[in-house]
Structure formats: C-alpha cells, structure tokens
Ligand binder design. Sequence first.
Ligand SMILES: Nc1nc2c(ncn2[C@@H]2O[C@H](COP(=O)(O)OP(=O)(O)OP(=O)(O)O)[C@@H](O)[C@H]2O)c(=O)[nH]1
Ligand SMILES: [Mg+2]
Length: 394
Amino acid sequence: MPLESIPADLYCWPTSRSYTRQPVVEVHTLGSPPILSAVATALTTAGARLAEPGEFTLRAFLAGRLDLTQAEAVLGVIDARGRMPLDAALAQLAGGLSAPLHQLRDTLLDALAQVEAGLDFVDEDIEFISPSEIDAHLLTGLTTIETISQQLTTRGTTTELPRVVLVGQPNVGKSSLFNALAGKPVAITSPQSGTTRDYVTQVVDADGVRFQLIDTAGLDASEGEDATLSPDQVAQAATRHQRAQADVQVWCFDATYLPDTAALVGLCDQTSFGKVVVVNKCDLATSRQEYTPAIGVSALTGTGLAELKRAIAGQLAVLELTGAVTGTAERCRDSLRLAADSLERARMLVADTAGDELIAAEVRTAITELGRVVGAVYTEDLLDRIFSQFCIGK
Ligand SMILES: Nc1nc2c(ncn2[C@@H]2O[C@H](COP(=O)(O)OP(=O)(O)OP(=O)(O)O)[C@@H](O)[C@H]2O)c(=O)[nH]1
Ligand SMILES: [Mg+2]
C-alpha cells in the first residue's frame, strides 16, 4: 500500500497547552508495526528525529508542567503491573507528594526571606520575624517532613499484604482450595451450593511470599442484576467488592463441570497479570486432561497445589517488581532526612539565640534538600538516571 493512502488523524497543539508546553503534533494511524515504521521513516527523512527515552516527560518537567516526583509517577503508571502500584503511581502523578512538598518549601522560603531581610538591617534594630515565629515555621516543616516520610515508607515497603481472592461459581471447590492453601480447615465446605455466604480470610505463605487469601461466595447467574437485597445478593455484592480489591484473582472451575471451554480459554488469554485460572476436582475428571494454560488441581488429593502456589507467587512477584514509586521513595529518603536534620539544628540555634546567619544557613540547606526531591534543584546525572528508564515516546 503506498504510504500516502494510509488513513491518519493529526492532533495539533499549536501553542503551549500541550503535555510538554511546546507546540506538538500527534499522528494517530493504524497500529501495524510496518506501517508505523514507514511513517517514522518518512518523518525522519523529512528532517524529524526520533525522541530519546522519556524525552517528552523530560520536556514537560523542564517546562515546569510536572515536578520530578510526578515525572517518576508517569513511569510508575506505565510500569504498573497491579492495582496497588497503579493506585500509588496515579496518586503521585496527581500531586499527592508534590503538593505538600511545594507548600512546605514555600513556607520555608518565606521564613528564610524574612530572616535574611533582618540580616540586612542588623544595625538598625528592626525585627522582621520573631524567634517564636521562626520556631513555629520550623516545627511545621518538621511535622510535614515526618508525615511525608511515613507516607514514602509505607509506599516503599507496602506494609499491607497483597490480596489474593478466590472467585468462581458455587460449589466448584473454592472453600476447599482455600483450606488446602491455608493448610487448615478455616472455611466451611459442603456439597450444598451457596455454602459460603461471607468472605473468609487467612494469611498464607506460598514459596516464601506472604499474602492474604480470601474466599468468597460463589458467583451465580444473577450477578450484576438488581432486585431486592436478598442474602444471596448481599453475598454477591461482597464477592464483587473483594474482586475489585484483589491484587490477584484466582478463577476456579470444576473439572466435572466445564460448561464453556471457550470461556475458560478466553479467560486464560487475559491472564497476563493479576489472574490465575485453576480447574479443581481433577481427581474426578474422567480422563487425564490437560488444562494448560489453566492449572489442574485437586483440593481433595493435593494434586497441582504446589503449582498453584508457584503461579500465585509468580503473579505477586510481578507486583513487587514495579518500583517507580518505590524509586521515588528511595531517591527522596536521604534528602528528607537531611532537611529534617537541618530544621532540627535551626530550632536549636533559635533556642540558643545563636544568630540569624547560622539559622538562615540551616534553613537554606533544608530548602535545597526539599528542592532535590521535587526537582527544583537537580543535576544532569539525576535526570539521566530517571529518564533513561522510560521507553521511547513517553
Ligand atoms: N472430589 C473432589 N471434591 C471436591 C474437591 N474440592 C471440593 N470438593 C467438593 O465439592 C463440594 C463443594 O466444595 P466447596 O469448597 O464448599 O465449594 P465452594 O466453591 O466453596 O462452594 P460455595 O461456597 O457454595 O460457592 C464439597 O462437597 C467438596 O467436598 C476436589 O478437589 N475433589
Ligand atoms: Mg465456599
């Protein structure tokens, strides 16, 4: 197909109201690699060059559109392989970290300006800010840093255990699998459909990875339809809630009742992350069947349980690998500590009436350290380190 006959849309931002605050034109066309490569070749032949990794986000940062924590959050969103890291990255992108940091920096800059103004008039006995006012600013600063540091620690180490939720139709053996994985009979099981009414949870260790395992009520055909709130529907709503909160969903099927093989295969196709598909009651299957890519297990005999644990641990490992926001936490920890140390020293100097020069120097150090976190103070090396992790075109 000749290149000029390809349908394409051009999105133009002729002024500064673009992602990078520079005039931008986006070409949207068919997503076929040879076509995209032909378009890229045509554009580069006409004088354009390919973007460096992360160049668009770097430009957005340099133009003041994003600060450094938000630029890192862009990477976090792209790399997120699960609900938790995605939520953390989106919150950071929305300014969850930058807003309090910028506010704190502004407060300290104001305080510093007044301390320094006093230095210029030291012989004339004019006081621009009283020691108690300085101390109040420093104390606010310390409290804010403490809060942000705690937030970063929680994000960096994720104290909350990841949630693995068992879902499937009634009677497929979810509660039996729950007990088998938990290693003890915690959940009630029975031949009667609809046994589990409320969810049950247990901390489980699989291949050295700890997680919260959650058993839910079976999903019946009425899921999503509404009527009066019968106990069934309450159970269904609880199941939907648990599913929405899941980091990994384990979809359970019954080997003796595999109604829709196409649906099973379809579900397995979407298992790139966050899902594991199991076929339980393999001991009852008439012939030894292969369920790949689903995992054949038997809660009764224990067949396939080791493989299931490995699969869950594998999915959780993918979650752990996403580290952009963790990256921010690591990058910022030292700077926040140094800023807090300076503010502590400044407070002692205020208490000792040690002189405004020394107080100003400590506040300046704290401001510089906070500036490093948001990117108001940066080096080429730091930018290289952050933006080289991006893929081209972001
Ligand atoms: N043969 C065999 N029976 C099983 C297996 N797993 C569960 N069962 C039986 O299947 C029935 C249902 O098991 P449950 O674990 O209660 O099923 P459930 O999915 O939790 O059911 P609901 O809570 O009603 O949604 C029980 O009679 C179990 O003994 C298995 O691997 N092999
Ligand atoms: Mg059950």
